[in-house]
Design a protein around this ligand. Sequence first.
Ligand code: NI
Length: 390
Amino acid sequence: MPIVNRIADFHQELAAWRHEIHAHPETAFEELGTAEFVARRLQEFGISVYRGLAGTGVIGTLAGARPGGRAIALRADMDALPIQERNGFDYASQNPGKMHACGHDGHTVMLLGAARYLAETRNFAGTVHFIFQPAEENEGGGRVMVREGLFEKFPVEAVFGMHNWPGMPAGKFALRAGPMMASYDIFEITVKGKGAHAALPHLGVDPVIAAAQIAMGLQTITSRNTSPLDSAVVSVTQIHGGDTWNVIPDEVVLRGTTRSFKSELQDAIEAAIRRIAEGVAAAMGAGVALRYERRYPPTVNSAAESDVAAAIASEVVGEANVDRDVTPTMGAEDFAFMLQAKPGAYVFIGNGPSNGAGLHNPHYDFNDEILPIGASYWARLVERLLAKGP
Ligand code: NI
């Protein structure tokens, strides 16, 4: 059974909504216009709307035509990125420095498409909650929603998420049970030396050299401290220090990110960063201050819900087009917080060829051809999971 016919009927309307949202991108926790757009559509469909969770979050709640006590949630993210769009099409971003470069415009519309169809047909028993969350990028809107009582206000037995994947053909899905995306932590190391004239280095403590040694030392964490069978990344992404040619500065700041699939590894990596930074600095007579922040946990799919998600995806696009054992990525996703709270599954939907413009690229665009595919997946997931009444 392929795309839902009724959803295919309003494909052009979905594309128009997507363009509307694409042209007016809003970044973390400022998704006021997008939230308004989403709430209006849901109300037009006759779906009850709850607003204000995590600021701009919107939750639509729909009961099936048949009685049932079960409930599930489907989640889409609404936020854009602080990127200047380089696309020239007529629905390109009208907000300077902001862009839907991760396809959250498409995610929002695929879920709206499913909501419209399900509100028309209500061919299920129980309740579905449509979660439209803010601030997926960096700021953890998913964490805020969970903290503000998402699943106490809207109790569910499982929660499902979806992200487009450029480079994967349109009409394909991919997922895996277990870890699918990595944890995302950040660190900042301030190396404290003693400033001096560059011609008289013996009178100071050089934080530039200490910082360089620390940056190299951090490279040994994944080669010497974590198991070769565990995936982990430690990337130093910034080094800031000094203002001119002939002055050894007082301080240098290193920043970076770490990724892994296990919370024990997050602990081990944090401890190793501290040991190396403090030890190397001490060896050179310098001091350090370390800030290590856990941003997102790993995104881990539960086994039963992954099976269900794969079966539904197979219904929509055919068994051969569903990869049930996709290679995990070291990217991160704040849907992880919802999966920590509830069982569920996160799937990738193929966005077609990336043509060198992958996610977060100023030339990226969501592929309108997959709107009815994603919407059909959501719709069938509800109809199958909530097929039976009490
Ligand atoms: Ni994204």
